[in-house]
Ligand binder design. Structure first.
Ligand code: PLP
Length: 434
């Protein structure tokens, strides 16, 4: 199944049928590993329930990935108007084609092509219910008996859960904090075999807030090509960068290795509730078509729910009419709050930050438990912090790194200062020296 481009992918059309069968029949399937129980939203919900109602101070959330409720992060009027206009036109009350409205697909193709050395066509884009459904479609289309997928650690738990539901064997490679959270490519080399169908990267990163350089992405592409698997690039934080490295889409290397680019308007436009995303095939050599992956994607979408039609109809306006000021304002704020995080965390002995955030809205920091007298692990830290200080932070174990923390800085600067001050007092109170 090796083709002329050095890429081998599954040749069968069975994966859809298999996925369809497993999807409906999983409860009775004794082969299925127990799906991961801990999820970001599940743990954040439990932490919220731990807050002491007697605390008169406001609760400060630094665990979320959705800043849309803060007035500063309200989306642009351009987007709101596009949705309202599409709805009121009464032209979009019916079903859309399962791959998406052609106008929306074309708009995404043009939007993504602006950063690529070649042009995507309408047929390269599928409109999905947020980036979450794009993950579901990608993994379902790749699943087949015996296949494995390489996932980053730390990472985004939905990949693991979705791979488990599709019976894809999961193999984790590390992101290396000392190297700015770059992929451990030696580990990827060691993990890959002839049954590896894809590796996942998230760029800009969740949970690490890192941004991959052009050179590193090129190495990722070369590794994937060498071993004959494709790259799934989660770019849901595309262009949300405020460090020294610019955002480079993985699709730039589409002629080296086929890339499935996953994205949405959820994070860049701060509207995760609108459930509007996409999957794009970056494949100038047509390998995904030849190997029937495209058929699997289309087949899966034929049996899936679609994003609301009027939302799809608004997408061309949203993508082309949003002013640069809106993005710049958000990015400037994220740079500012990320700086506050870096500065204030330096004052806290029991927390180290090996790599300051350069993109997305998160930073990963390490807990030095040996400096704390009565904290067992990251979960214990976060539950006691919620109870004693009414501050919510995500335990690293939820994203694959025990005894780390993921801190969100997409929040107003005053609340962030307040929360980091409370974390500092909490650490002092629980530290061994004092
Ligand atoms: C938020 C997020 C998603 C999901 O995006 P939606 O568009 O809200 O479905 C996917 N991947 C990563 C890394 C995310 O942070």
């Amino acid at each position: 199944m090796e083709n002329g481009n050095g890429v081998k992918l599954m040749e069968n059309g069975l994966s859809l049928k298999l996925q369809n069968g497993t999807h409906w029949g999983f409860r009775g399937n004794k082969d299925l590993d127990t799906p991961p129980e801990i999820t970001i939203r599940g743990v954040l919900g439990m932490l919220k329930d731990t807050i002491d109602p007697a605390d008169t101070r406001s609760t400060i959330p630094l665990g979320h990935g959705d800043p849309s409720c803060f007035p500063f992060f309200r989306t642009t009027e351009v987007a709101e108007k596009a949705i309202a206009d599409a709805l009121q036109s009464a032209n979009f009350n019916g079903y859309a084609p399962t791959a998406g409205l052609p106008s929306a697909r074309r708009a995404v193709a043009e939007h993504l092509s602006a950063d690529l050395p070649y042009k995507l066509s309408v047929d390269d884009v599928y409109i999905t219910i947020g980036c979450t459904q794009a993950i579901e479609v990608a993994l379902s289309a790749l699943a087949r008996p015996g296949a494995n997928i390489l996932l980053p650690r730390p990472g985004f738990p939905i990949y693991e859960a979705r791979a488990a539901y599709s019976h894809l064997e999961i193999r984790f490679f590390d992101l290396i904090p000392e190297k700015g959270w770059e992929v451990d490519l030696d580990a990827v080399e060691a993990l890959a075999d002839e049954n590896t169908v894809a590796m996942v990267i998230i760029n800009p990163g969740n949970p690490c807030g890192n941004v991959f350089s052009y050179e590193h992405l090129e190495q990722v592409a070369a590794t994937a090509r060498k071993h004959g698997f494709l790259v799934i690039s989660d770019e849901v934080y595309d262009h949300l960068t405020f460090g020294s490295k610019p955002f480079v889409p993985m699709g730039v290397f589409g002629s080296i290795v086929p890339v499935l680019t996953l994205g949405s308007i959820s994070k860049r436009w701060m509207v995760p509730g609108w459930r509007l995303g996409w999957l794009a095939t970056n494949d100038p050599n047509g390998i995904l078509k030849k190997t029937k992956i495209v058929d699997c994607i289309k087949g899966y979408l034929n049996i899936s729910a679609d994003p609301t039609t009027f939302n799809q109809a608004a997408l061309p306006q949203i993508l082309t009419k949003t002013k640069e000021d809106f993005f710049q304002k958000i990015i400037n704020m994220l740079r500012h709050t990320s700086d506050i995080c870096d500065q204030r965390l330096k004052e806290i002995d029991c927390i180290t930050c090996p790599h300051e955030a350069e993109g997305s809205m998160f930073v990963m920091v390490k807990l030095n438990l040996e400096l704390l007298k009565d904290i067992r692990d990251d979960m214990d830290f976060c539950f006691k912090l919620a109870k004693e200080e009414s501050v919510i932070v995500l335990p690293g174990v939820v994203v694959g790194l025990k005894n780390w923390l993921r801190i969100t800085f997409a929040i107003d600067p005053c609340s962030l200062e307040d929360a980091l001050g409370r974390i500092k007092y909490f650490c002092q109170r629980h530290s061994k020296q004092k």
